[in-house]
Design a protein around this ligand. Structure first.
Ligand SMILES: [Mg+2]
Length: 442
């Protein structure tokens, strides 16, 4: 994939004026490599499949009146369709949504049609022509649930692209409450409504704005933060601070060899080849390392928590010897029958790291060997890497597909290298930065 030669075009724009070239009576973008009468700087990439449109900022000492105004282009018949398409794509789509809360719980609605069909989402939707975000979200939410809402202020504004599509959407998300819970659901649009804790709500929605907003709501809500109880080892003194790039690591099958009958004694703990090097590489590139592990052995009472702590002390000592510092080990000591916030695929342990260690979904990765680990990362709204030997990956290929990991690798070292490469890609990095959140306090 991606091996076919792609045509590259230059979309040079300043102050609404676009530089085009007349070619056989038609106006088109200059092609990459064609000489321009001025210098330019790269300003993003738009991916149209076989055509790549490279956005360029010109370095000029005057306002280019002689170029074509972008709004005049649609009426003309001599403009290349790709130019029209690219300019149209630069126009922002806006959605406005609301986190309606009741203590630590948030209101979610289940859609019967549209993009979120069959999924839960927070109330809200696309803004109408000429509408402000406040008016839009009140209209959408009240249509959906049939009761009045009261807005308590803006939670945050998010930017999101969609994989394989150059268009992007701006999402305004508000905080609010409802006047009554005598819901009258919009029949052709909403089939159900319910209150959920943030960890549960995160597993129900696939809307990126809803995910990021749920995490931000969690960080701002005393009730939600206090309601989340997660076990942790106490690996290092806590250094909080907002937005610390974080890699979440599953333990068994990623850092150490999994074992039939569980790792129950320190002498059964065996690092996997490359695991320590991978952690070292990530640490050297500025990521904090947080381990998130379901410990079924503890859940089935086969492993007392004090004994688990000894296993973890042994692991940390081995890592320290290699210069690797782990910010924290969160573990779920429950079993598969429990309905706890911490057991993956619920993202409770990742939320705890957001609360305690400044982890943020938009700058985080989750690395794991089970499809459930990838699902957990997706639930939190971060990027994901799925690791394991080829035979393992073949066995679970169908199960992991719905969660589409960003990276697939043989082991932690290969995954770490891919994560580093991914984050050093200027386009990816620019989009990450543009999603940095200014309003979060922790
Ligand atoms: Mg595992």
């Amino acid at each position: 994939m991606g091996q076919r030669a792609r045509r590259e075009h230059l979309f040079v724009e300043t102050d609404g004026q676009v530089y085009l070239i007349r070619d056989h009576g038609n106006l088109r973008f200059p092609r990459a490599g064609e000489k321009l009468p001025f210098l330019t700087e790269p300003n993003g990439v738009m991916d149209f499949g076989t055509d790549r449109v490279l956005r360029q900022k010109p370095r000029l000492d005057h306002h280019p009146e002689e170029w074509l105004g972008r709004d005049a282009i649609f009426e003309r018949t001599d403009v290349d369709p790709l130019v029209k398409r690219a300019i149209y794509t630069t126009m922002i789509r806006c959605v406005s949504e609301v986190i309606l809360s009741n203590g630590p719980r948030v209101l979610m609605v289940k859609a019967v049609r549209g993009f979120s069909k069959g999924y839960w989402n927070v109330p809200g939707g696309f803004m109408d022509y000429g509408e402000s975000p406040e008016v839009g979200v009140e209209r959408e939410a009240e249509e959906e649930i049939g009761v009045g809402i009261r807005l308590d202020g803006l939670l945050n504004v998010y930017v999101s692209g969609f994989p394989g599509k150059p268009a992007y959407t701006l999402g305004f998300v508000y905080k609010g409450h409802i006047a009554s819970d005598a819901f009258r659901l919009k029949p052709d649009e909403i089939e159900d409504v319910g209150w959920f804790t943030v960890d549960k709500a995160l597993t129900l929605t696939r809307n990126p704005f809803a995910k990021w907003a749920l995490v931000d709501f969690f960080l701002q809500s005393n009730e939600a933060r206090f309601a989340l109880s997660v076990h942790r080892h106490g690996a290092a003194p806590h250094v909080g601070g907002p937005d610390r790039p974080t890699v979440f690591l599953d333990r068994d099958g990623v850092i150490n060899r999994g074992r039939a009958g569980y790792v129950r004694r320190p002498d059964q703990f065996q690092f996997l080849p490359g695991a320590i090097q991978g952690m070292r590489l990530l640490q050297d590139r500025g990521w904090q390392l947080v381990i998130v592990t379901n410990q079924d052995a503890a859940g089935w009472k086969l492993l007392p928590e004090a004994q688990l702590a000894k296993v973890h002390d042994r692991m940390l000592a081995g890592l320290r010897k290699a210069g690797v510092q782990v910010a924290e080990i969160y573990y779920c000591p429950h079993n598969v029958l429990s309905d706890c916030a911490c057991r993956k695929p619920r993202p409770g342990m990742l939320l705890a790291a957001a609360r305690d260690l400044g982890a943020r979904p938009r700058s985080a990765w989750m690395v794991g060997d089970k499809p459930m680990d990838v699902q957990t990362g997706r639930a939190f709204g971060c990027r994901t890497a799925w690791v394991g030997p080829k035979a393992w990956r073949r066995r679970f290929a169908a199960e992991v597909r719905p969660w589409s990991p960003d990276v697939v690798a043989d082991g932690l070292l290969e995954a770490a290298r891919a994560i580093v490469r991914y984050s050093e890609d200027p386009v990816v990095e620019a989009s990450r930065k543009s999603r940095a959140d200014p309003t979060i306090t922790s």
